[in-house]
Design a protein around this ligand. Sequence first.
Ligand code: HEM
Length: 168
Amino acid sequence: MTLLFSTLRVLHIISGILWAGGAIAMYFFIVPTIGATGDSGKQFAGHLMGRTRFTPFMMIVGATTVVAGTILYGIDSNWFQSAWMRTPTGIGFGTGATAGILAFIFGVMVGNTNKALAALGAQIQGKPTPEQMSALQALQKRQALVGRLNAYFIMISIFFMASARMFG
Ligand code: HEM
């Protein structure tokens, strides 16, 4: 294992653990709690998204997982040439990689939707207008969908990362 490969692998696994942990905790525990706690939940979300480094942190660990993972896959498959890709282990890592890349795309959409929700929230003074209300509902619907897809594709990815070598 070359120094580059082992360095990428360590970077990939650590950032993958941080990314998966953050996304799963967010989707299954923090977002439902925000929804269930009214104004204090909204205040908590406003601070978490607006005043902490959580969103850039999730982007950085997600991007590091995907970029390091893609290079690892490139090296393992002799840059998408070798028969390794069709072995049970190669198919396992390939499936996990695909799910991870999809999870990252949905993660970016979660971040953009949160930004749009915060901007709309800042515009609303007192009772929202009918237009603002329907825009708010549309954004909340999208946030729920991309949040679910992000969490589930991450879970599929970590299942295949943890089990790919057992297939071989
Ligand atoms: C949350 C998402 C992810 C987590 C937690 C994760 C975690 C891991 C872990 C723990 C391993 C070591 C498995 C072993 O050696 O048996 C691994 C290996 C690997 N991962 Fe991921 N991974 C994730 C996403 C991805 C993505 C998105 C890609 C590619 C785009 C990828 C590509 C790879 C490859 C190619 C290997 C094999 C490296 C080797 O030959 O040692 N992973 N990953």
